[in-house]
Write a protein that binds this ligand. Sequence first.
Ligand code: ZN
Length: 115
Amino acid sequence: MMITKTKIEKRTLFLMIKIYCNYHHHTKDICDDCSSLCNYAVLRADKCPFGTRKPVCAACTIHCYNLEMRERIRKVMRFSGPRMIFRHPVFALIHLYREITDKKHKNLKVLRYGK
Ligand SMILES: [Zn+2]
């Protein structure tokens, strides 16, 4: 099985939402509310017009989340981002690395996709 960028990103997303949920909603796994947020985010990733060349969302030029979900996911990222380093350092580093490289290539992408 090939591990794609998107797969890693979905896994990272799930882990970040889980950290947030465990702390704020006192769950061991993930509550219904957070699981629907996760499903929404995964769906957006699947429908991302960049496809497999999808940049990490922080470096993306299209903001495809609706306002409410965007606010929710932003809260999750802000809370879980720093905690990922300790809980899941491998995923955190991959994400960090990709965020830096994607941002560096942002201008290039903008030209290539005509957006
Ligand atoms: Zn929750």
